[in-house]
Design a protein around this ligand. Structure first.
Ligand code: ZN
Length: 591
């Protein structure tokens, strides 16, 4: 038995006492459960319980009320006893007879244990009343995946699905290996995903045909296919389904995967059954007979759980149309350091489909404390290690390309790469690179947005500037050595180490990596705004984040008069502002 000490509430005894007093006085015919009776619920570590009579339309029956160690933070459980209903034919009943009334995680009022107990008993009574009236199937369908999972064959691995959440019976492909089963609409999708997921796959992959049956509604447990004939019967009256199944069975080398799809609630849901090829199928039969034999002989079907791993599901549970827009976008990230790399990950998580990562540097151990890559990647090119990280995390991404060279070398080889992107993001903090990028951007007519992200000394402030078709260019807001005209922090000579150690000198303090997250959030959000063009200004603009002034003073700095003018005298808390990035009439780049 595991120790339940931490689950025990100090209020439990008085709460149990309150319930006990109520039962003694108000519930005629109730009695305390014996330890033998409680043993039925041993997996829940019950503390105590009562057997309680209830009156249903079909007559007087009994329920067990069970107090768990977490009571009163967790509601008591109610189990079905001698109710004359088969637990396997009654929805919302777990294997030990306990009714699923409240989600285990749902919070209950811990200061009124009696009311919670009464509510649980009333819910149990009304649930049983409904089912004794025969309205069982609707409940089973509502909880289809739960019952399917409970009923799934022990030891059968789940099936990973790249299938589109689209209606309709159709042929699909399956791949089994590396301890997974993958199903997809076609070989190309499956191959693309597998080579991203398993970087060392270099052999030609062999796919097998499978079938997807679209059903009008969820199955209830009594309809779950338990024999090969029942699997075949799923395609009765469905010519496309029968033909897909026939083709797949004829070509099946070892195991046939069938996916069952339907609409459930407001989402598409998939389950799967698989059939092993019968051992003696042989070649002696005519092909027309062979597929019938496939469904007549052999082991029972394995019922499997399906895990959707397609992009729309992973990024938005298939519910946000912005995902399909982001999935088509392509972003170039110049500089995969402490701002660029986490921003790349944030954009990939948000659903951006294609990334080009550019950084000529290898990861040093000194970078690790403020970089998403770790010691295992020290000595590898940042761009390459980040690419591998992203593709194994999100193998459905359209593409992640890496170049471990400077952006100008890449540009000279393939200038069209930059023109065809939806956004270029520069996070190098190196003026030689960014000044050149701005020169190209202005010269090419500023057709796509370019976003620059950087931090100030000690990471006490962060900036994101997006340069668009109108408004200032990057040079409009910088002096001739790239120093930004608008700054948050002022430093006496010698305290601003940023100049001596470009891009990272500000981070050697414990809050550095933490405060950096605000800048990363600022840059990533601005990138998404630019890609989705959500009510954003058509002109260049600037977002600034600043730590509390006290943090800046800690390092001997102070707020600039520009920033003080922007935020006023409110020195408490960190702050974010959005500002114009204005064109400067004397700019040597754009005027
Ligand atoms: Zn300019």
């Amino acid at each position: 038995m595991h120790d339940v000490g931490l689950r025990r509430s100090k209020h439990r005894e008085s709460a149990v006492g309150e319930v006990e007093a109520w039962i003694e006085v108000k519930v005629a015919g109730a009695r305390i459960l014996t330890s033998e009776e409680l043993a039925r619920y041993a997996a829940r570590s019950p503390v105590c319980g009562w057997r309680i009579p209830i009156t249903l339309r079909i007559g007087r029956r009994f329920l067990d009320l069970i107090i768990l160690p977490e009571f009163p933070r967790m509601a008591p459980r109610v189990a079905l006893v001698e109710v004359g209903m088969d637990p396997n034919a009654t929805p919302h009943v777990e294997e030990d007879g306990v009714l699923c009334l409240l989600d285990d995680m749902s919070s209950v009022a811990d200061d009124d244990p009696l009311r919670v107990t009464q509510h649980v008993l009333e819910s149990a009574q009304s649930l049983l009343e409904r089912f004794s009236g025969g309205d069982v199937d609707a409940e089973f369908r509502r909880e289809y995946l739960t019952y399917w999972a409970r009923d799934s064959s022990k030891g059968a691995a789940p099936v990973f699905s790249l299938l589109r959440a689209a209606e309709g019976t159709r042929g699909i492909v399956a791949w089994a290996g590396r301890n997974i089963v993958l199903v997809a609409e076609n070989e190309e999708d499956a191959d693309h995903w597998l080579r991203h997921r398993f970087r060392d796959l270099d052999e030609k992959l062999v796919f097998v045909a499978g079938a997807l049956f679209w059903m009008n509604q969820e199955l209830v447990p009594s309809e779950f296919p338990r024999s090969r004939q029942q699997v075949l019967a799923l395609s009765d009256g469905d010519r496309v389904g029968r033909r897909s199944l026939m083709e797949a069975a004829k070509a099946c080398p070892s195991e046939l995967f069938i996916v069952l799809g339907c609409n459930s609630g407001d989402a598409v849901c998939f389950t799967s059954v698989s059939l092993r090829r019968p051992p003696h199928l042989g070649h002696g039969f005519r092909p027309g007979e062979r597929w019938r034999k496939f469904f007549a002989f052999g082991s029972a079907p394995a019922r499997r759980h399906v895990l959707r791993i397609d992009g729309p599901w992973i990024h938005g549970r298939g519910k946000d149309e912005r995902h399909s827009r982001l999935a088509k976008t392509s972003v170039i990230i110049i500089g995969c350091g402490s701002v660029g790399a986490p921003t790349a990950i944030a954009l990939a998580n948000a659903g951006v489909g294609s990334l080009t990562l550019i950084d000529p540097q290898v990861l040093e151990s000194a970078n690790v404390g403020r970089h998403p890559l770790g010691v295992a990647d020290v000595g590898s090119y940042k761009s390459k290690a980040l690419r591998n990280r992203l593709l194994s995390k999100l193998p459905h991404m359209t593409d992640v390309v890496e170049h471990h060279e400077g952006w100008q070398e890449i540009f000279s080889k393939n200038p069209r790469l930059f023109e065809s992107a939806d956004l270029v993001l520069s996070a190098t903090g190196v003026w030689a690179e960014e000044g050149a990028l701005n020169e190209w951007h202005v010269g090419s007519g500023r057709k796509i947005p370019v976003l620059y992200g950087w931090t100030e000394a000690h990471a006490v402030a962060g900036h994101a500037v997006v340069i668009k078709g109108s408004g200032g260019c990057l040079r409009c807001g910088t002096n001739s050595v790239g120093v930004r005209r608008f700054r948050v922090s002022d430093w006496p000579d010698g305290l601003e180490r940023l100049k001596a150690e470009p891009g990272c000198g500000g981070l050697f303090q414990p809050y550095g990596p933490v405060e950096l997250m605000s800048t990363i959030g600022l840059v990533a959000e601005m990138a998404l705004d630019a890609l989705l063009d959500d009510g954003q200004s058509k002109s260049s603009f600037h977002r600034v984040w600043s730590a509390r002034e006290a943090r800046i003073r800690e390092f001997g700095g102070s707020w600039t008069s520009d920033w003080r003018k922007t935020v006023g005298d409110n020195e408490r808390g960190s702050q974010t502002r959005e500002l114009e990035w204005e064109a400067r009439s004397t700019c040597r780049e754009c005027q």
